[in-house]
Design a protein around this ligand. Structure first.
Ligand SMILES: [Fe+2]
Ligand SMILES: [Fe+2]
Length: 471
């Protein structure tokens, strides 16, 4: 195991040159450790876990692997290197110099954007805190903890911004991030998807496929920000986020592979009694987590989104690469709105449709994940295709929230919805079945019966490597 160095908070932001900030963060650190102890992964504080730790932002520095106990993980503060003379890329102030401090007029909006992003990081750790106790393998247990410690580091990254640039208000917000609790009705997390309990590994793999992917697109949009420290922070977080998406994508794919093997072996679609998960039930989990994650992008028409874009606070994903024009003025976007109970296509200003533009990019990325899953099914010569439900399906935020639609996007009345939703979303009984499969497997190299092994190990290690040394 590596030795913890003298530097209490590893960083590449020259923390030693700013004693006030350093003191403030060192003051927050014990509260974070207490929060981790109370709300972080349950039951593995003494286990030694083969984790990747960021100790710098260069190729060697950000992927340092060793066995480490989670409470001793070094949550550091790292920003991607600055681009010299970076100019504002979009909005009304395009071409001007980016900001190294928060402009007074954007203080409130930027704080809100940062706090909303920051709140999701500890929330997901809280949601997943019991999963370790029913892990399908040590390989998966290690991946869960890798995701957890990195979400902890993302919280650190956001708290650094709050402490550095938002004075007293920022410090208060940083304290609040440790006070809210996922699923707590008195003091819940800000966004609803992050208040849903994740008590089984199928939900974890769906969450890391669909909800972490929302995180990816929010970070891509914030990585375009004219507020340079925010842009650089998000850029570095994206390198870690890629692993979370990998865990989700390959996790679901391994479940599919195992299901297909059982289907072929027993010549039936109904593999529940052989300890597998039916493809139709997997589709229901896709419907649930994809629709819940779509809500995270916000309303179809949003004056906040328009203002954020105009002010250069939050751009579009891959703003420079994908778009020729970066002011988004005088352009329209066609959305389908519910007017007098009817779906009606309306052109709205492009700026006020920025949530929808980001949601489009997200959906395209989700489709790629499904393509890989469908390829897996095809390789087993099974006739089944996973599909994303329509974006109107099962929404709780925005235009479609007060209406019911089927997975193809067709309008239903309330009675039809209540009769049919069991065909599209996991029922209580089905959730219980999934939970009944969750029995811990903790021998190196062994795998639970409902999931296939991965094709390869982490960082070139064998599958039977001791990814977690239980004490
Ligand atoms: Fe994160
Ligand atoms: Fe993540």
């Amino acid at each position: 195991m590596y030795a913890i160095n003298n530097n209490k908070i590893p960083n590449n932001v020259n923390l030693d040159s700013d004693p006030r900030l350093k003191r403030a963060l060192e003051h927050w650190q014990p509260d974070f450790i207490r929060w981790w102890g109370a709300m972080g992964p349950e039951g593995f504080s003494q286990a030694e876990i083969y984790l990747r730790t960021a100790i710098g932002v260069d190729a060697q520095g950000w992927a340092f692997y060793d066995h480490v106990r989670m409470p001793e993980y070094r949550w550091g503060i790292f920003l991607a290197p600055p681009e010299p003379e970076r100019l504002i890329k979009f909005g009304d102030d395009i071409g001007r110099k980016t900001w190294s401090e928060v402009p007074g007029e954007h203080r409130f909006a930027l704080r809100r954007l940062i706090v909303t992003q920051a709140d999701t990081e500890p929330a997901s750790v809280e949601q997943q805190r019991l999963l370790g106790l029913c892990c399908p393998s040590l390989y998966d247990l290690r991946n869960l903890f890798q995701v957890n410690v990195e979400e902890g580091r993302h919280l650190w990254a956001m708290v650094y911004l709050l402490h550095s640039y938002f004075g007293r208000d920022g410090r208060d917000e940083a304290d609040e991030l440790l006070a809210r609790r996922s699923g707590n009705s008195d003091n819940p997390r800000i966004l609803n998807t992050f208040n849903e309990a994740i008590e089984d590994w199928l939900s974890f793999f769906m969450f890391t496929t669909f909800t972490d992917r929302d995180g990816k697109f929010q970070l891509l949009a914030l990585a375009e920000s004219s507020f340079d420290p925010l842009a650089r922070t998000c850029k570095f977080m994206l390198t870690e986020e890629a692993h979370h998406l990998f865990v989700g994508q390959t996790g679901v794919q391994r479940v599919i592979r195992r299901s297909c093997e059982l289907m072929n072996e027993h010549d039936t679609d109904d593999i529940g009694r052989f300890g597998g998960i039916n493809l139709a039930l997997l589709q229901k989990y896709i419907n649930y987590w994809y629709s819940s994650s779509l809500d995270l992008f916000g309303s179809e028409i949003s004056s906040n989104a328009a203002n954020y874009f105009a002010a250069g606070l939050k751009g579009r994903a891959y703003e420079e690469k994908l778009f020729k024009e970066h002011r988004a003025c005088g352009q329209t976007y066609a959305v389908e709105l519910m007017i007098n109970g009817q779906l009606t296509t309306k052109d709205i200003t492009l700026r006020s449709a920025m949530n929808e533009v980001l949601r489009d990019a997200y959906t395209r990325d989700c489709e790629k994940a499904l393509e890989k899953w469908n390829k897996e099914v095809l390789e087993h010569h099974i006739n089944f295709t996973f599909e994303l439900p329509h974006r109107r399906f099962n929404r709780s935020v925005g235009e479609y929230a007060n209406w019911h639609f089927d997975p193809k996007g067709l309008l239903l009345d309330t009675q039809q919805w209540h009769e049919r939703q069991k065909n599209w979303l996991p029922t209580t009984h089905e959730r219980q079945f999934i939970k009944s499969l969750m029995k811990p497997v903790t021998k190196p190299g062994l795998m639970a019966g409902w999931i296939a092994p991965p094709h390869k190990g982490i960082n070139g290690q064998a599958l039977d490597f001791s990814y977690v040394r239980l004490s």
